[in-house]
Design a protein around this ligand. Structure first.
Ligand code: FES
Length: 172
């Protein structure tokens, strides 16, 4: 008989009163709220920052670009052509001013052609055909202390008056 009572006591789950249950629910809810707040605060300490690559690069010595040439050497890596005209050296940014595709340089025709909608640009970057509304942009160009060409794609200009200024045309 005693065994039966003991077995019953082991198998019957302990009764929890409504007050007890609500009390525990309140405590756990509060702890969950505190935990969520703490996590949100910790997340706030690490803001979403995008680390973008530098906009500047060294493009070698001016001697490496012969007069009259359009160099595609930096196109793949930096999307820039280095052009050596009889006025000086400039860096043409390879982004079509229509919808942003990358034009190609056609040496035989001396023009840049956009594969997307057919815009054509002359060696200066001026529009000569197609829907592009503005000339190609030039990137800022200068000479570094060690005599190398320094191109900054963070500063662009396509105004025909300003792009011939010293920041966008390197006299060599
Ligand atoms: Fe170049 Fe449309 S993106 S012509």
């Amino acid at each position: 008989m005693e065994n039966k009572i003991a077995n019953n006591a082991e198998t019957t789950p302990p009764k929890i009163s409504r007050r007890n249950f609500l009390g525990k629910l309140g405590i756990y809810s509060f702890l969950a709220y505190l935990g969520g707040s703490a996590l949100a605060t910790i997340r706030f300490m690490f803001p979403n920052v995008l680390y973008e690559p530098s906009t500047t690069f060294r493009a070698g010595s001016p001697d490496e670009y012969s007069i009259g040439s359009v160099s595609t050497r930096w196109m793949k890596e930096h999307r820039v052509w280095i052009v050596h005209s009889n006025k000086g050296i400039y860096a043409l940014f390879g982004k079509c001013t229509h919808l942003g595709c990358t034009p190609n340089w056609f040496e035989a025709e001396k023009r840049f052609k956009c594969p997307c909608h057919g815009s054509n640009f002359d060696v200066q970057g001026n529009v000569i055909a197609g829907p592009a509304p503005k000339p190609l942009f030039r990137a800022q160009i200068s000479l570094s202390d060690d005599g190398q060409i320094l191109v900054d794609k963070g500063r662009l200009e396509n105004n025909p008056d300003k792009r011939e200024g010293k920041n966008f045309l390197l006299s060599v």
